[in-house]
Design a protein. Structure first.
Length: 167
């Protein structure tokens, strides 16, 4: 098993990777940010094994990135919401998406767009609205399916975008 710590590294990037650098962690944060809050929704969206998803969710809760809230009893079921610490990951996710769009996007274009809720303008990889110039945070923006999303992903992406509210 690979280690998830970086002994001897006196570096904030290494410390951050100890918390969110495991495979799936940032994708879970992305999906919760985009309105997928229940275990089954996350598992279907990501295609990750249930035991792996459970472990990652538990770790993100322990690290105060996600908050777990019961929505049903008998059997007890939970939804996951981003904490302020989790919302602070938004600039990093926007920057990673921008990097991926520049270096990995197919000819159809990016699969996801981030737009300013206030004016509908595109959000730059620096978290600024390209239309009005406002510096944004996670609550000021929303994700929409982009031109590069495939037909099989379009319906779930539209459903998620329509249901996305607060983080």
């Amino acid at each position: 098993m690979l280690r998830n710590d970086y002994p001897g590294q006196v570096c904030s990037i290494a410390k951050s990777l100890e918390v969110v650098g495991e495979r799936w962690s940032l994708l879970i944060v992305r999906d919760v940010m985009n309105g997928q809050r229940r275990f089954g929704e996350l598992q279907r969206s990501l295609g990750v094994a249930r035991n792996v998803l459970s472990a990652r969710l538990q770790r993100l809760v322990e690290e105060d990135i996600l908050e777990r809230r019961a929505y049903q009893s008998g059997p007890e079921r939970f939804e996951y919401f981003l904490t302020e610490k989790g919302l602070d990951l938004w600039p990093a996710l926007v920057a990673l998406q921008g990097w991926g769009d520049r270096h990995s996007t197919g000819p159809a274009g990016p699969p996801m767009l981030i737009v300013h809720k206030g004016c509908g303008g595109a959000v730059s990889d620096r978290g600024t609205c390209e239309s009005c110039g406002e510096v944004l945070n996670a609550r000021d923006a929303k994700a929409l399916p982009g031109p590069g999303v495939g037909a099989e992903e379009l319906a779930p992406a539209l459903a998620t975008a329509a249901s996305s509210s607060d983080c």
